[in-house]
Design a protein around this ligand. Structure first.
Ligand SMILES: Cc1ncc(C[n+]2csc(CCOP(=O)(O)OP(=O)(O)O)c2C)c(N)n1
Ligand SMILES: [Mg+2]
Length: 606
């Protein structure tokens, strides 16, 4: 226990009121720097240094935090890092915990690298827990930390501030609060285990199943003297797991023997290498690729002839083989698979601990890093003589279907454009198709408009689209994290009006300005929680609410969202007529080039 570890401390000094806490503890000072006559800065070597050194060793680019009084040891270490001109992570302060966690998610979705997130005690964890839930669902590697006290001021040599006694503590430890929304959560009870615990957490979060790891680091642990390890090692990248050659051979046989195979995927585009591999596999065998119902990434180039996106369903019935590539919940109800064909689940981790119930109806699994698994299938297929010519007919057939779907999409867009009085949702999406640069990244947090956005937004490359999952209110933070990781690409957060209002909006605008992260925010404004109305009618189609038009949980009497950026010097436009769309998007792109975020409040017909 940390309390005992503190008792073990070599500190025997009497408390003297004017001495610093660290002096009283006898904490190690690496050196002192004289900054003029009366400014002597003491350089401590304590738990704060251990934590920052672990971040440095693991190559973390950033630390994101929302402050709490346990973090002075780390703030002191970050200040030392700067004064000593030592390379290390950049520290970002956020005004809200949800924002801090979501920025880390967005950053990691692009880079694959975790960002440590420092939150406050139990209260900060609870505020950030929606983001943790999302990170668990999306298998985003992340390390979260917060603190507690173990001595509550009873140690005369360690006058811990009284708030830890009065209101901050959680019975049983803060880790209890986040156990269901993290992959692993524990307390670090000793300065002797702190450095390696942080390193391990950063490594552990990146192992399958990837996810958020939480460390509760008591103040008493962080305030102790720390001796850096003599045997410091560089942290290796996580190895890529792969399926056995026998499994690869078995699945290749099924693919080679299938007459009408289909691929369904939700998240293969998480890894650009897997995105490239699935394109090659689909092309080699002439297999159409459809979007699963939990699509959260750009998984396939929109213009590729093998892509059918959300229009795959009619073809599932006749599929004799369905490859579920990163597709965790392909049909509903779960047991009612739409085909009598063989089901193969290809995933690093197909059976998800974070799902209460799941059945993939899988006949075979191919487990291991998905990019590696797909590449092994492609290489084995090529080695066995499968060439582009072999499935030319099938490829031609699916190109025909793809072209048909694309023609329907263009026709629907033209029809929506035809309404010159009011903005139909598809007319807005069409304007984005026309005006946004090809390298744009969309972070989408809408509900009823989501299928339309997924189908009609244009993208070709990996990491062009991210859907926020788990709970509303996270799109802005995620978009800011994406921008942090991809500063050269235009980043757009597209939210429903209801979804936008769940976000910590002021805090996100502050982070955009403070960290120089110009993004475009679009509110698809139908003035309601349309999904709630749909759900109500689903269960009470002949009920009183429907009959009397008395709705609850539906209408939103929101402000003009475009005005909200004004105190931050941002661009904002209320877009009420279709003719304004193009100009508003171009103005926003210009604002972003000038380093300013933009908010578009797009008034929609529905
Ligand atoms: C944190 C959180 N609270 C509540 C909900 C429940 N919820 C799901 S969809 C929705 C409505 C969202 O409204 P909007 O973004 O305007 O989309 P629309 O329904 O109009 O398409 C709500 C409240 C949720 N998903 N997450
Ligand atoms: Mg709405």
């Amino acid at each position: 226990m940390a309390a005992r570890a503190h008792g073990d401390c070599a500190c025997r000094l009497r408390v003297r009121p004017r001495k610093t806490l660290a002096c009283r503890l006898g904490m190690a000072m690496m050196a002192s720097i004289q900054l003029g006559e009366d400014r002597l800065m003491k350089q401590y070597c304590d738990g704060g240094e251990a934590i920052l050194e672990a971040f440095r060793t693991a190559g973390c680019d950033y630390v994101v935090s929302s402050p709490g009084s346990e973090w002075s040891p780390v703030w002191e270490a970050v200040a030392r890092q700067k004064v000593n001109q030592k390379p290390g992570p950049t520290y970002i302060d956020c005004w809200h915990e949800t924002l801090a966690v979501d920025m880390a998610i967005g950053y990691t979705q692009i880079t694959g690298k975790p960002i440590p997130v420092l939150l406050h005690a139990g209260a900060g964890l609870l505020q950030g827990s929606a983001g943790m839930h999302s990170a668990v669902l999306a298998e985003v590697p992340m390390v979260l930390m917060s603190g507690e006290s173990l001595t509550f001021g009873e140690n005369p040599n360690l006058p811990i501030e009284p708030q830890w006694y009065r209101s901050l503590s959680i019975v049983g430890g803060t880790q209890r609060l986040v156990e269901p929304v993290t992959k692993w959560a524990t307390q670090v009870g000793s300065i002797h285990t702190l450095y390696e615990s942080v390193i391990r957490a950063l490594e552990f979060a990146q192992r399958t199943p990837m996810g958020p790891v939480y460390l509760n680091v008591p103040l008493e642990t962080m305030l102790q003297e720390w001796t850096p390890p003599a045997n410091k090692r560089a942290i290796p990248a996580p190895p890529k797991t792969q399926p056995s050659p026998a499994d690869v051979e078995r699945i290749l046989k099924l693919i080679s023997g299938a007459k009408s195979p289909v691929i369904l995927t939700d998240t293969v585009g998480r890894d650009p290498a897997a995105f490239a591999a699935i394109v090659e596999l689909a092309d080699l065998f002439g297999i159409p690729v459809g979007s699963g119902k939990s699509t959260a990434f750009a998984n396939f180039p929109k213009s590729n002839p093998m892509f059918l996106g959300g229009k795959i369903d009619p073809y599932l019935k006749d599929a004799d083989l369905v490859l579920l590539v990163n597709c965790k919940a392909p049909w509903y109800p779960p047991s009612r698979k739409p085909t009598s064909g063989t089901i193969v689940a290809i995933d690093a981790y197909p059976l998800k601990h974070q799902m209460v119930y799941q059945t993939l109806q899988a006949d075979h699994y191919l487990e291991g890093n998905v990019a590696v698994s797909l590449r092994l299938l492609i290489d084995a297929a090529k080695a066995s003589g499968v060439s582009a010519q072999k499935h030319a007919d099938r490829r031609q057939r699916w190109k025909g279907e793809h072209d048909k779907v694309a023609a329907e999409e263009r026709a629907a867009e033209a029809k929506a454009r035809g309404n010159s009085n009011a903005i139909e949702p598809l007319a807005f999406i069409d304007a984005m198709r026309q005006s946004m640069p090809a390298d744009s990244i969309y972070v989408e947090e809408t509900i009823m408009h989501s299928p339309l956005l997924q189908q009609h937004l244009a993208w070709e490359g990996a990491q062009s689209y991210f859907r926020v999952g788990g709970g509303l209110g996270q799109g802005l933070g995620m978009a800011l994290g994406v921008k942090l990781a991809a500063p050269k690409r235009p980043v757009v957060a597209i939210c429903g009006d209801g979804s936008f209002l769940y976000n910590p909006v002021i805090q996100a605008l502050g982070a955009s300005k403070g960290s120089n992260l110009p993004i475009m925010m679009v509110v698809m404004n139908n003035h309601k929680y349309a999904a709630m109305q749909k759900g109500h009618v689903h269960h009470y189609g002949d009920g009183v609410a429907q009959g009397s038009d008395i709705w609850h949980g539906v209408h939103i009497d929101g402000p003009d969202y475009a005005e909200l950026g004004r105190p931050f010097g941002m661009h904002g436009e209320k877009v009420e007529k279709p003719a304004q769309l193009k100009g508003a998007i171009e103005n926003s792109l210009r604002a972003m080039k000038d380093g300013k975020s933009a908010i578009l409040n797009v008034e929609l017909t529905n």
